[in-house]
Ligand binder design. Sequence first.
Ligand code: GLN
Length: 190
Amino acid sequence: MKVAVLAVQGAFIEHEKMLEKLGVECIELRKKEDLDKEFDGIILPGGESTVQGKLIKELGMEDEIKNKIKKGLPVLATCAGMILLAEEIANDDKVHLGLLPVKVKRNAYGRQLGSFYTEEEMKGIGKVPMTFIRAPYVEAVKCGTEIMAVVNEKIVAVKYNNMLAMSFHPELNESDKIHKYFVDMIINNK
Ligand code: GLN
């Protein structure tokens, strides 16, 4: 099994370390040609969604990433990655990949609560540590998107077919539960 990590900006190295810990081979997606390589899943990391969105467009990567996910490639999207994946952004008129049927709100916790840590249940996974950094949350889910976790009455994790997306950074804590769950999604997809 090989997992590709979008490595144009943001917290991609931490995801790679997590995959290494699980013994999963990973490759970095830095340019268009990297998308020709073989891989069984993709991680869209946290960072800055506007920068990431601009870069994947400029580097000519957007359409191919979109096609692959549309065709069923399992994706783990965290924080900015979730914004990239969302069909609608409440406080932005931009849409990037536009594949996940949710409306997300960027920087949704304001300045004061911009960053915080908590632990909460995630459906089918159990209690997981959650580190939020200038995080978005899901304002509304559409057509069959499953709610996976809720914190302070806000939806912070969702799943829709091959897409698992969350507001927080699972790669910044010791727990590898979410990455394991994602690896299982890949195995079940094969
Ligand atoms: N605030 C960032 C954005 O809007 C997301 C923050 C993150 O990925 N930690 O893209």
